[in-house]
Write a protein that binds this ligand. Structure first.
Ligand code: AMP
Ligand code: ZN
Ligand code: FE
Ligand code: FE
Length: 279
């Protein structure tokens, strides 16, 4: 019997290509024992995912992935088991959604200035929800034959400091911790490799973050090699952090993301969910 859980997935509420109910159904079909929906800066899909979980007898965990400020690289903070009705959480996330809505037309404008035939309306049309993300721009650039794949879209245009990059407001990591905890949630660091730190630097930073409420780290992840998983496991164990994992499923909006594929050592087991729940 499969007792694996996937604790990182996206729906059309952010930049995934399937609605929350469909992501839940696919998780059930993939034989998973549990799923967390973790849309970027948005919990608008959580209620629908929870309902679909009941309909399909699948354990669904409320989640969110908050983009935080971090000079050296990309810092994404996962939150689980918060109260989806918490008004402060909703307000703080709405602020990020507004910052995103202000950024997106600027990306379209930069692409136009580079001579690319693209309108923001086209991007919005494929997003399938109110929230547009860079993968939607990447998708259009591919459909128009301007780039071959997602990597090229980010390498040439959309990645940090590339030709059509536009920054947006982010909370500091410490603020993201506070927002999640204040809503009763548990704080986990997503895909630690994107911080671009050495093991020593990461360990020092995590020690500080543990004091501020960090409780877990996403050790099992498709972009992590077995060797990386080994190193992150040792670091997590040394700090008593819960070792979580997920596929970062985006449907067709990210190359090679498959529900239930959390990298070379597989997804975490359902015991991890119980540990997170008990925090
Ligand atoms: P946004 O939140 O709109 O700034 O978009 C961030 C999302 O873009 C991430 O969650 C990834 O799904 C995707 N992304 C960021 N950088 C890359 C990259 N270099 N290659 C492919 N996808 C990326
Ligand atoms: Zn994404
Ligand atoms: Fe992420
Ligand atoms: Fe993600």
């Amino acid at each position: 019997m499969n007792n694996r859980v996937d604790l990182h997935s996206h729906s059309t509420v952010s930049d995934g290509s399937f609605p929350p109910e469909t992501v839940v159904r696919k998780a059930k079909e993939a034989g998973l024992a549990g799923l967390a929906l973790t849309d970027h800066d948005n919990i608008g899909g959580v209620e629908a995912a929870l309902r679909a979980g009941e309909a399909h007898s699948l354990l669904v965990i409320p989640g969110v992935e908050i983009s935080a400020e971090f000079d050296r690289g990309t810092c994404h903070i996962l939150g689980y088991f918060f109260d989806p009705l918490d008004e402060t959480l909703q307000k703080k996330l709405a602020y990020l959604q507004q910052a995103r809505a202000e950024r997106n037309p600027k990306i379209a404008k930069k692409l136009q200035d580079l001579g690319i035939d693209i309108t923001y309306d086209e991007v919005r049309a494929i997003a399938g929800s109110d929230q547009v993300g860079r993968p939607h721009f990447a998708r259009i650039l591919m459909d128009k034959g301007i780039v071959r794949d997602f990597n090229e879209a980010f390498d040439r245009f959309l990645g940090k400091d590339k030709a059509a990059y536009v920054d947006k407001f982010r909370y500091r990591p410490e603020e993201a911790f506070e927002i999640i905890q204040a809503a009763g949630g548990v704080v986990v660091l997503a895909h630690p490799y994107t911080l671009n730190l050495s093991d020593e630097e990461l360990t020092l930073l995590l020690r500080k973050w543990v004091d501020l409420g960090l409780r877990g780290m996403e050790v099992f992840y498709p972009d992590h090699t077995e060797e990386m998983i080994g190193r992150y496991s040792r670091i997590a164990d040394s700090l008593n952090l819960i070792k979580t994992g997920g596929s970062d499923f985006h449907g067709n909006n990210k190359e090679g993301s498959v529900l239930g594929d959390c990298g070379p050592l597989g997804c975490p087991t359902i015991e991890v969910v119980e540990r997170l729940r008990q925090v």
